[in-house]
Design a protein around this ligand. Sequence first.
Ligand code: ZN
Length: 125
Amino acid sequence: MKEYGAKLDLEKSQKPKLLKKAIQVAKSGDHTKKHLLGAVAIRKDGCIVSSTNAKVITPVPRMHAEIRALNKAGFGSTLYVAKVLKNGDIATAKPCKNCMVKIKNKGVKRVYYTISNNEYGVIVL
Ligand SMILES: [Zn+2]
């Protein structure tokens, strides 16, 4: 497993593109929560699926946005996770340990996640 960070530029040609969509998905979530989490997965066949966190946040990964998106995406997809704070700032959305186990089991090769307003991280599995 390899991990690195890169510059996030939401204004210009943003790489990776789907991280921007994950941010939009996060913002579409339940705003009564202290932060918003959104996940987008691109399936092997190119189909894009997305999910926010479930209403009740528990340590159980099945409730987490990334796993909910992966359940729709199936095996071997690419995952994008974004966290947006109440003030609109983008925060670290690195998947938790429990989710990482599921992510590996789902055959994901790459996870992109937001770190801050101008940085994102990549986990290469
Ligand atoms: Zn998690």
